[in-house]
Design a protein. Structure first.
Length: 414
């Protein structure tokens, strides 16, 4: 098993080789990686079975199991995602504007790779291919450090991606995996300043907080998703029902799922019994404030912690508010800055919600589940950034680049 220092040294060399590659060379390599996933589907599924068996023995929850499991359909989706990345415009080398200064110098700002990216993540093996290939297309070498829950899946996936690069100009070390899943390796990676240019954590609140408190490598925070949907007094209630069911029930274990339902008091009596019935087939547990409880049959009283929690489960906090302003105040207090939605036919209310809610993605009349790199047209994503520096929201190719100034002169001196 290679040490992190060895992985870092190889990644530095690989990053230099990758930065010299043309778009067509990278795209051809990506297509080979996509084909390799499909070709080796049975190998991936066999490795994933080992992870699923261990997860069951360790009592992992059903929703966390959903993050871990791979199927033929999911592997095909991962492969298609790589093709989409190959088809995207390459940001590397793009010059964002040129101008002349008083000395006659022509100055431009050019997109360049970040260099070597480290990614620490938990149980989703699809992150391995998404992150690895996105970093590759943006000209970055990547060191992946997944959780122990998916180690067999991740090892198989990285080996397949690396083997696919054999007939290309690229060294296999452009995509590497930390196979040591101990806490010690995680902490060592957080301090790998000599080799990592940036570290991106993807996972739950505990992982992200640990990285923020421990890392000496620059970090792009991909935060948790305590997402809200607010039903305004002028909402179409059928639309509101569809949006809530989609935002809560399609995949409750992901960060863009709704965790809190806010509803205007003028429509609470008419709407809450309807949404309770609509959520019943999924056995969604409703945790409601005092006003909402009076309109619901099976809800339990909400606690203070419920407003602050990313449940990642079939649980929904429910609160009745007296105004749009109160809804925005609640979101401002408890949101993690990920995704929020308003359902309304009032144009002015929608604009106020857009203007005053300070999250990475703010929706009018749509589900929060659209906050995703695939849905935004990025091919895939490296994560959802909830910070404001460098990147915010779904992080695609552009967010995996930096810039440098390129200057053309004719002998000028200062």
């Amino acid at each position: 098993m290679e040490t992190l220092i060895q992985l870092g040294e190889k990644a530095k060399k690989a990053a230099r080789a990758l930065a010299r590659a043309s778009s067509s060379e990278k795209n051809e390599a990506l297509k080979l990686m996509s084909q390799a996933l499909v070709t080796h589907t049975e190998t991936i599924l066999t490795a994933n079975t080992l992870d699923l068996t261990a997860a069951k023995e360790n009592g992992i929850t059903e929703n966390m199991m959903d993050r871990l499991i791979l199927t033929q359909e999911r592997i095909e989706s991962m492969a298609n995602g790589i093709i989409e990345i190959a088809d995207l415009p390459d940001p590397i080398g793009r010059v964002d504007g040129m101008w002349k200064n008083e000395a006659g110098l022509t100055i431009g700002k050019q997109r360049v790779p970040l260099g070597v990216i480290g990614i620490i993540y938990e149980s989703r093996p699809n992150v391995t291919t998404d992150a690895g290939t996105l970093c590759f297309k943006a000209g970055n070498a990547v060191i992946l450090r997944g959780g122990k829950e998916a180690i067999h899946s991740n090892k198989a996936l990285v080996r397949i991606l690396q083997d696919a690069l054999e007939p290309t100009i690229f060294p296999s070390s452009v995509i590497q995996l930390v196979e040591d899943t101990t806490r010690e390796s995680s902490k060592e990676m957080m301090r790998l300043n000599r080799y990592l240019d940036v570290l991106i954590p993807r996972g739950g609140a505990k992982l992200i907080q640990t990285v923020l408190e421990t890392a000496t490598v620059p970090v792009i925070e991909t935060g948790t998703g305590n997402c809200h949907v607010y039903i305004d007094k002028d909402a179409q209630l059928t639309m509101a029902t569809d949006i809530i069911v989609n935002a809560k029930c399609t995949r409750p274990s992901v960060c863009n799922a709704a965790e809190t339902l806010l509803i205007h008091e003028d429509v609470a009596e008419a709407f809450l019994p309807v949404i309770e019935k609509a959520l019943a087939p999924w056995n969604v547990e409703l945790r409601a404030d005092e006003k909402a409880l009076s309109y619901l049959k099976k809800a339990i009283p909400a606690t203070q912690d419920d407003w602050e929690t990313e449940f990642l489960d079939f649980i929904l906090a429910v609160k009745v508010v007296s105004s749009l302003d109160e809804a925005i105040e609640h979101i401002d207090r408890y949101s993690t800055g990920h995704s929020e939605a308003i359902v309304t036919d009032d144009y002015a209310a929608g604009l106020q919600f857009h203007r005053e809610v300070d999250s990475a993605a703010v929706y009018i009349n749509a589900s929060t589940r659209f906050t995703d790199g695939f849905e935004f047209g990025f091919g895939a994503e490296i994560g959802i950034s909830t910070q404001k520096l460098h990147a915010r929201g779904p992080m695609g190719l552009n967010e995996l680049t930096s810039s440098k100034y390129i200057i053309f002169g004719e002998g000028q001196i200062r």
